[in-house]
Design a protein around this ligand. Structure first.
Ligand SMILES: *Cc1c(COP(=O)(O)O)cnc(C)c1O
Length: 366
């Protein structure tokens, strides 16, 4: 029998989604950096992206980029989260450029690159309202000037990131502002065609809307490639596949039990609302009598439980670190495997759990 819990990965779906997005964005003058972080820097996923036409990869973790390098992947790699100075040497060892906003980080990267006798690329990140990384627009020219004069650094371009921290939706206004800054930075770029990286999957609505893309020539895409979903609308992107990933977990108990707990109650150690917006509408919250309660061997240390998408016959009731408590229509034999779709957050955690195994599957697109 196959081991579970396991993540099943359909690499053909990832290749398909990559090819589609590369194609659609190419006609807008934008190229794609494929982002592998939700898959723990999986070289197989990276290669599927590359088969789909992606020529640059990025990840937020040094370890993941190192895994790609160790697997012999030779395309340019971008480190998406600035390393602390203590990580600069490892960052420089596995990536060719880093998204940076802090001068101290840049200087540490310069020193680390100098030790290796090479130059490291910097994409200067600009804050455009989401309040995560990035320098304020008023400081861009000064910092770009300093970076362009720093030995062992090459200013490769500028970029921004929206929608990830405060949920600010990237649109024409921010992209116009970024394009305007490109002109101001002008001759300080160390390359003839600087990378102007407009953001992540949340930018696709803007990028594919027909709006003027200005100077933007790169997007860093993870979720849209892996799950075929637009993170702003949460809706499937037309023509993309949403079935690249599923998590499969085995039943370890299934029996009739009261729908409601009894006894004096404290707060659950993993509190969560009793009813959810997904699964069949009849809430166990209001159900009298008994239900079929089924437990699978999966928990909050393996997945973001709120990001599990069960089939319609199954409802997620509760979860603790190791037990996922479900309501099912009938009793299921121990070992029966149940399958769930995943949101990006849930995928990220599942791929990061050492208790979740991996299997590659291939389905012919319908
Ligand atoms: C994760 C990340 C991305 C990719 O975001 P998706 O929403 O998965 O497309 C892009 N840029 C940065 C800086 C990131 O951290």
């Amino acid at each position: 029998m196959m081991i579970s819990p396991r993540i099943e990965i359909d690499l053909d779906a990832i290749e398909h989604n990559s090819r589609e997005l590369v194609h659609r964005l190419r006609s807008r003058g934008i190229s794609v950096t494929g982002v592998t972080k939700a898959t723990l820097g999986s070289p197989d996923v990276a290669r599927a992206m590359m088969r789909g036409g992606i020529r640059r990869l990025g990840d937020s973790r040094v370890e993941n980029l190192q895994a790609l390098r160790d697997a012999g992947i030779n395309v340019p790699l971008t480190l998406l989260r600035a390393p602390s100075p203590g990580w600069a040497e490892r960052a420089v060892a596995c990536s060719s450029q880093t998204l940076v906003s802090d001068l101290g980080v840049a200087q540490a990267l310069a020193a680390a690159a100098g030790k290796r006798g090479r130059a490291h690329g910097i994409v200067l990140m600009v804050e455009l309202g989401d309040l995560r990384e990035g320098v304020m627009a008023r400081d861009v020219v000064d910092l770009a000037t300093t970076l362009s004069r720093t030995q062992h650094l090459v200013l490769m371009g500028i970029g921004t990131n929206l929608a990830c921290s405060s949920g600010v939706i990237p649109g024409a206004e921010q992209m116009r502002e970024l394009s305007g800054l490109v002109e101001l930075v002008g001759h300080r770029f160390g390359v003839p065609q600087p990378m102007i990286s407009g953001g992540n999957s949340a930018n696709l609505g803007w990028a594919l809307s027909g709006a003027d893309v200005g100077a933007i020539n790169d997007l860093r895409l993870g979720e849209s490639i892996l799950l075929g979903v637009d993170p702003v609308t949460k809706l499937p992107i037309e023509g993309l596949r949403q079935d690249a990933f599923a998590i499969v977990a085995p039943v370890i108990e299934s029996m009739c039990k009261p729908a409601e707990p009894w006894g004096a109650r404290t707060q659950s150690r993993f509190p969560r609302p009793p009813t959810h917006a997904w699964g069949p509408a009849a809430g166990a919250g209001g159900v009298q009598g008994e239900v079929v309660q089924t437990i699978v061997a999966l928990g909050t240390q393996d997945v973001d439980v709120d990001g599990l998408r069960p089939s319609t016959e199954v409802r997620v009731l509760r979860a603790s670190s190791d037990h996922l408590v479900l309501q099912t229509q009938e009793r299921l034999a121990a070992g029966t495997e149940l399958r769930f779709g995943l949101t990006y957050a849930s995928l990220l955690r599942a791929m990061t759990s050492p208790f979740v195994y991996e299997r590659q599957v291939s389905k012919v697109p319908a």
